[in-house]
Design a protein. Structure first.
Length: 471
């Protein structure tokens, strides 16, 4: 009997789609970190990785390039992601795009373990659809960026899978060790992803799990949080105080964050219904939530509302920062994908489900494909290092009119200051920079800055930028 081509089992295997979409994201994988969205965040990662290669490979002393005359050592997320780039560089020589490959690889495994986790408690169709929605969600573009967000979220999902194994049926040392290993790496890499730990309350209130297993698990969790606490609340403040440069955002008070969240509420909400999974999937999510409430589906409601409550604390701690940084929503998207998949499951006509999935995929890809292309104005920055090498040593300090953006500094392969046009045009500030041995001022004309004129000697100029000699 002849079967339809798309009925073949390979198309029903989530591993096939994870592989296909990973291959798609290889397009432009060697692109410099100059995407429209959050190139600044990527270059702070690449700065640290490159400095591990060139200055000091001590993982406890990460350093960036925009600390002026200081060492650049500062507090930040524990740089596991950055260090993996460094380790690959030891083998093959430094390239920024190793970070893209690492993130894509780990995030792909994260989606697979997300599927394995969901299929333990829900129908295979829900697990499949949830994983597919997650693939084409905001994760699609950010799982190839040189950023630790989907990287850390994936590690936490893998940890959750092994932790649930230990609590469910297999309380063996292997599951416990893997839970610990992936959990500590995930939360160290990105503190907010730890919000998902609240889901363990579901297992702890369930009958049938031995008290001794719960106690061992709880003790293992405390062992995870010990290094996390030390890094973020002891070591990070120490680095900031000792080396005199603040860089890492540690959140705000709940009251201040609440006030800012209310002020920018439309932007905050936009990250959930548009940014995270787009309109079609969000509508299905709302439908799934309503169905779950009506049908009193306790498990999925517990997962959703516990996660939402814990993640809301992160939103309130972030305030305005969450509103203006879309990638903060990334750790919550797996929960949203699960609820959307539950909504799809309520539709009994499989053809309609397929059509909706197709629309979700198309909407997700079309709204993110622009992030795979570098704009012509920004491509000019790629030449900065070569141009500076014509007249400058790599150790020379410089100032750039890129405001708070570190991206151009990374491409000069120098260190120094980033400042606004107004500050650079301030004679007193310029004199201060010169007293700190700042030798050149890079004035960007088209991207990250706008043209200004200084009463100094111009030693290089083209349509995109010019360089003034200060000393």
């Amino acid at each position: 009997m002849q079967t339809n081509f798309f009925d073949k089992s390979i198309f029903k295997d989530i591993r096939f789609w994870i592989f296909v979409f990973a291959i798609i994201r290889l397009y432009g994988i060697t692109n410099p970190p100059l995407e429209v969205a959050h190139n600044w965040r990527q270059t702070t990662v690449t700065m640290v990785a490159r400095n591990f290669c060139e200055i000091d490979n001590n993982i406890f002393y990460p350093r960036i390039d925009i600390a002026g005359e200081k060492t650049g050592i500062t507090g930040m997320e524990f740089p596991i992601f950055n260090y993996l780039i460094y380790l690959l560089s030891l083998l093959f020589g430094y390239q920024h795009w190793y970070g893209r490959l690492i993130n894509l690889f780990v995030s792909s495994f994260g989606i697979y373990f997300f599927y394995k986790l969901v299929v333990k408690y829900f129908k295979p169709s829900i697990a499949f659809n949830a994983a597919l929605i997650l693939i084409v969600s905001f994760w699609f573009s950010y799982s190839r960026k040189i950023m630790p967000d989907t990287f850390a979220s994936s590690l936490i999902i893998i940890s959750l899978y092994f932790g649930s194994n230990y609590l469910d049926k297999k309380p063996n040392i292997q599951n416990l060790l893997l839970y610990f290993l992936f959990g500590v790496m995930g939360i160290l890499s990105k503190l907010p992803v730890g919000y998902i730990w609240i889901l363990y309350l579901i297992w702890f209130v369930r009958p049938g799990i031995k008290l001794s297993h719960k106690l061992v698990f709880a003790f293992s969790s405390l062992l995870i949080f010990a290094p996390v606490y030390y890094w973020y609340f002891v070591w990070t403040p120490y680095l900031v105080e000792e080396f005199g440069f603040w860089h890492f955002f540690m959140g705000k008070s709940i009251s201040q964050g609440f006030s800012e969240t209310i002020t920018f509420l439309p932007r905050v909400l936009n990250h959930f219904y548009e940014t995270a999974i787009r309109y079609v999937a969000f509508i299905i999510l709302i439908a799934g939530l309503l169905f779950a409430i009506v049908k009193k589906e306790k498990l999925i409601l517990a997962i959703f509302f516990l996660s939402f409550f814990a993640f809301s604390v992160i939103v309130l701690k972030s305030g305005r920062t969450f509103a203006f940084h879309s990638y903060y929503v990334l750790p919550f998207i797996p929960v949203m994908a699960l609820m959307a998949a539950f909504g799809l499951e309520q539709i009994k006509n499989r053809k309609i489900v397929t059509v909706i999935l197709f629309l979700i995929v198309v909407e997700g890809l079309l709204n993110q494909w622009n992030d795979f292309v570098i704009k012509p104005n920004e491509k000019a920055l790629i030449q900065l290092e070569k141009d500076f090498d014509k007249f400058s040593e790599s150790s020379d300090l410089i100032v750039i009119n890129s405001g708070e953006y570190p991206t151009p500094m990374y491409f000069t392969h120098r260190k120094g200051w980033v400042a606004t046009n107004e500050k650079i045009m301030d004679t007193a500030y310029l004199n201060y920079l010169q007293s700190q041995d700042c030798k050149y001022a890079l004035i960007l004309k088209k991207t990250f800055g706008s043209n200004i004129n200084l009463k100094r000697e111009i030693i290089l100029e083209n349509p995109d930028y010019k360089v003034y000699k200060l000393k």
